[in-house]
Design a protein around this ligand. Structure first.
Ligand code: PLP
Length: 398
């Protein structure tokens, strides 16, 4: 019998050749380099390209900002993974990708964004967006009615959601948010970093733009900083974003694109293993004597579980948080005692990371002081649980 709490399966329709996204990613779309018949594309580093005698550039490559074949190769795989008709654009970081979307708005436009979202982007929105003439409303986007009420019809031009939302892993209903945004004439953009294209495809649920920090599970080896946007439609707004990237120069370097492309081939394996590990950890930590609350949408009693089951496929993601008995001191003392988990910021790598998040996010963050954020890697789950258990017990004097 199938597990009633399992997320949906990926229908994988409309892909090139009818192959699954997993198959296409594993083979980097099956491309063969024509000169040598190599199955791995070379790393293209040239910054400039020969002009045709008729003064054109029939190759489509003129200057490496923004023309680079290695970058385009990774973009084509990302576009396939997201089902993005307009294609994908790589940026020098997730922040560069996200701010390009806000940069494409006009002064006077109103933006609705989530209370629970990547803290540095929220800070940028608070500090920088008003200087560009944007007005902002932050709202709990996991509350569909609150989201609807935050819209200013005619003025709201962009709804920005992050799901699951960092670091509380709240789940926003993407299809409902798209319907609300579109009814008001606004676009919906989704930061899908914590879901990855393996577990959620926001464009298929009605979103207009999906954004990822490629620094996280897309690259997955903690050695590249990158950002991605994928678009549903190559409309004027998308072309403006493309122009902003080319004009402001927030491009990704070819070596980073090469490493990212290499990582995308194993994305499905890593995402499946890391999500399965996160679910096992969440289940084992739920009820631990020194853990007061486990925040993970894969748990049946999590407030986001029903929506997550509807819109996530093959797992609920690799991120979870725990609230530790003994408040901030209990949380920090626990993080201090881990031996296998790495005490570091970031997420999505093959090594598991633990972080006392409130001390990073500072005042104004919805993150409680007793919260530890856990990014699950690919280590043995028994080792990961055992290490956390000894740290929790040691911190509480057991
Ligand atoms: N979105 C989320 C959910 C993130 O966790 C991060 C980084 O931690 C970003 C965006 C920003 O990405 P980057 O660090 O690649 O600029």
């Amino acid at each position: 019998m199938s597990d009633p709490n399992a997320p949906q399966r990926d229908p994988d329709t409309g892909t090139p050749g009818g192959f699954s996204r997993r198959s296409l990613a594993a083979q980097a779309m099956g491309r063969i380099e024509p000169e040598t018949r190599a199955v791995v594309m070379p790393l293209h580093v040239s910054t400039t390209f020969i002009r045709d005698p008729d003064n054109g550039y029939a190759s489509g490559y003129c200057y490496a900002r923004p023309d680079n074949a290695t970058v385009r190769e990774a973009e084509s795989v990302l576009a396939m993974l997201e089902g993005a008709e307009a294609g994908a654009l790589l940026f020098g970081s997730g922040m560069a990708a996200a701010t390009a979307v806000f940069g494409a708005l006009e002064p006077g436009d109103h933006v609705v964004a989530g209370t629970v979202m990547y803290w540095a982007l929220k800070r940028w929105l608070r500090e920088e967006a008003p200087r560009r003439g944007l007005t902002l409303t932050f709202v709990d986007t996991d509350d569909t009615e609150a989201l609807r009420a935050a819209i200013e019809p005619g003025r709201t031009k962009l709804v920005w959601i992050e799901t699951p939302g960092n670091p509380l892993w709240t789940v926003t209903d993407i299809a409902a948010a798209a319907e609300i945004a579109h009814a008001a004439g606004a676009r919906l953009a989704v930061d899908s970093t914590a879901a990855s294209p393996v577990h959620t495809r926001p464009l298929a649920l009605g979103a207009d733009i999906v954004m990822h920090s490629g620094t996280k599970i897309l690259n997955g080896h903690s050695d590249v900083v990158a950002g991605v946007l994928a678009g549903a439609k190559a409309d004027a707004f998308w072309e403006r974003i493309r122009g902003i990237r080319a004009g402001s120069g927030g491009i990704l370097g070819p070596f980073e694109a090469y490493l990212l492309m290499r990582s995308l081939r194993t994305l499905h394996l890593r995402a499946a293993a890391q999500s399965a590990g996160a679910l096992r950890l969440a289940e084992r930590l739920n009820g631990h004597p020194h853990v007061t609350h486990v925040l993970y949408p894969g748990l049946a009693d999590d407030p986001g579980h029903a929506v997550a089951r509807r819109q996530m496929r093959g797992g609920f993601g690799f991120m979870l948080s725990i609230r530790v008995a003994g408040g901030e001191a209990g949380a920090i003392a626990t993080a201090a005692r881990v031996r296998l988990w790495k005490r570091a910021t970031s997420l999505g790598g093959v090594e598991s990371l633990i972080e006392h998040r409130a001390s990073v996010e500072g005042p104004g963050s919805p993150c409680p002081p007793d919260l530890l954020r856990l990014s699950t890697g690919i280590e043995d789950t028994d080792d990961l649980f055992g290490d956390l258990d000894q740290a929790l017990r040691g911190a509480h004097g057991d």
